[in-house]
Design a protein. Sequence first.
Length: 202
Amino acid sequence: MTEDVEIILLGNNQLRNLPLDLARRCPHVKAIFLSNNLLDEIPPVLNEFRNLQELYLDGNQIVRFDGRLRQLDRLRVLSIRGNRLTTDGLELSGLAFLEALLVDDNDLSAIPRDISMCPQLLHLSARNNRIDEVHHNLAACEFLTELDLSGNTRLARLPVALEHLPYLRMIDVADTDIGEVPNWANRMPALEYFILQANPDD
């Protein structure tokens, strides 16, 4: 690899870790794809990619995302779909400029309360987890435009605080225990879609 590399594609390689000198050899990398490997933790070397903007860790066996990437202050997209993340194991501090968080198909029981540490977030997708609580701290993500919580069959309500999100245009709670559109949703100026398919009373 040369210093000019900006994208690293290492998906489907049965990797359990990454070379410790990878960031030194490729200091200008902006996107790393590590999907469908055998990672059970976040490789420490990732914290050294200071120009990283997109990180894809889908389809691994990661249990904890514990803030060890807090040095990546340019990260915009974080995708950890299809892992084994729990709510206690998902720490978002230090990711102040994150715009897209994709945590579908994990083992989350709630949206982490430190989601408020991501004020630039635009897109949050947490489909097919075990989520039964969405904390009102999510309203701190004032630029959020899309919220996908579909497939969380234990989820029975959303916090009223979401009505204060001026740019939120889509809420997907299909296949959850939410049976009707809450009254406060009618007061949201940008909301275009409130999806309730396959819900108890739809």
